[in-house]
Design a protein around this ligand. Structure first.
Ligand code: FAD
Length: 345
């Protein structure tokens, strides 16, 4: 059903099933698709967002809809990739928020612009990349981030955010920390390089390029390798509903680390500094026997303990309850509180 709100066309009781990679059925009271900045300004002029809660949806690859959403879902579909500035060996490239992230990375790789190739094949849209500061294979988007432009949906005003304004952290940013922030990201700019420094810190990448010299490497080769590695490890959401890693890797104190390590010498961990260690959440979950476990249509992937999957018709609530079972178990056995990476709606 459609309704008019000012000059905007708004869908009512809208199904979100095809708009989230878990593939769970959920409906929103209102759904509005924006084509561009002008549409966003129009939306800001209405009182729709003052009257109802709202949520900005990208490609739905990092969200779990638990229930009916009693508010407005906003999706931005703007397009365009533009080389904004070239200076010596650096190139600033601006990408519209509605572009598919991987297509943007492919554009950069094709044009021999380095910096984002390790982030190949991460699902979702470019506008969502700064939200949790997406990262993979030793690189985070903040490493090449230059700035973004967002619109305050309450006031209709544009604002530029530089890196320090975004407060990037591990799977975190100003935007994710403040879910009530009014900013819709319109475009993101990255500072890319024509002179390549490949990041091969990740073990599986090193194995693949062993014996190769710098001049044998290329952005395309790295990107292709990452695509292959990811395809072999992670379930494709088109085949099996999921949202990638469900939990973040927890950070614990050095003291707790030492206690656990003496009990579990094989525990996978990474030293952050003298006081803190990052533990592989997948290792904790696997250790407790959850890998491949299933309750109804909600389960843990057979190869990836950190990935919760929808085997068919699990509801958002069922997936949530299943994930809480994992959280409780990890807390009981390791005294570690797992934090969700996926956003609950
Ligand atoms: C198979 C698989 C593998 C994955 N691997 C990785 C990985 O390696 N590394 C990683 O970091 N993530 C990974 N993810 C998670 C996911 O791909 C990223 O978080 C991605 O950036 C989400 O993009 P999206 O467009 O789907 O955003 P959504 O899931 O729709 O939204 C995510 C957040 O971004 C906000 N948002 C979206 N667009 C905008 C906008 N224009 N303005 C303001 N806010 C916005 C939403 O409100 C929400 O808070 C993976 C997911 C899957 C399914």
């Amino acid at each position: 059903m459609k309704a008019e709100f000012g000059r905007m066309e708004i869908f009512e009781n809208y199904s979100l099933k095809s708009l989230n990679t878990f593939g769970v059925e959920a409906r929103a009271k209102y759904f509005v698709q924006l084509r561009n900045e002008q549409d966003a300004k129009e939306l800001a002029k209405t009182d729709l967002l003052r009257k109802h809660p709202y949520f900005i949806l990208g490609g739905g690859s990092n969200v779990l809809f638990r229930d009916y959403f009693e508010g407005v879902i906003i999706q931005l579909e703007n397009k365009g990739i533009e080389v904004a500035k070239e200076k010596n060996k650096g190139v600033k490239v601006r990408c519209a928020a509605g572009e598919d992230w991987h297509s943007f990375v492919e554009f950069c790789v094709r044009n021999d612009l380095g910096g984002l190739e390790n982030l190949s094949l991460i699902p979702g849209k470019a506008g969502a990349a700064p939200i949790q500061n997406i990262g993979a294979y030793g690189v985070e988007q903040q490493d090449a981030f230059k700035e973004l432009t967002a619109i305050d949906l309450m006031r209709g005003k544009l604002r530029k955010f530089k890196s320090r304004d975004c407060e990037f952290g591990y799977r975190n940013s100003y935007f994710k920390k403040n879910p009530r922030n009014p900013y819709l990201i319109l475009n993101v700019s990255y500072q890319l390089s024509k002179e390549h420094k490949y990041n091969l810190s990740y073990g599986a990448l090193q194995e693949h390029v062993a014996g190769k010299k710098h001049h044998d490497l290329s952005l395309q080769l790295i990107s292709d390798l990452i695509v292959d590695i990811r395809k072999s490890k992670l379930p494709d959401p088109d085949m099996l509903g999921n949202a990638g890693s469900f939990f973040k890797n927890p950070v614990i104190s050095a003291e707790q680390f030492r206690r656990l390590k003496s009990k579990y010498p094989e525990m996978a961990a990474y030293k952050l500094n003298e006081r803190q260690y990052k533990i592989a959440a997948g290792w904790l979950i696997d250790k407790l026997g959850w890998k491949g476990k299933r309750k109804g249509d909600a389960g843990v992937h057979e190869k990836q303990a950190l990935v919760i999957v929808n085997y068919g018709s699990a509801s958002g609530e069922e997936i949530f309850n299943f994930s809480e079972g994992i959280r409780k178990d990890v807390m009981q056995h390791f005294d570690i509180g797992l934090e969700r990476e996926v956003i609950l709606i």
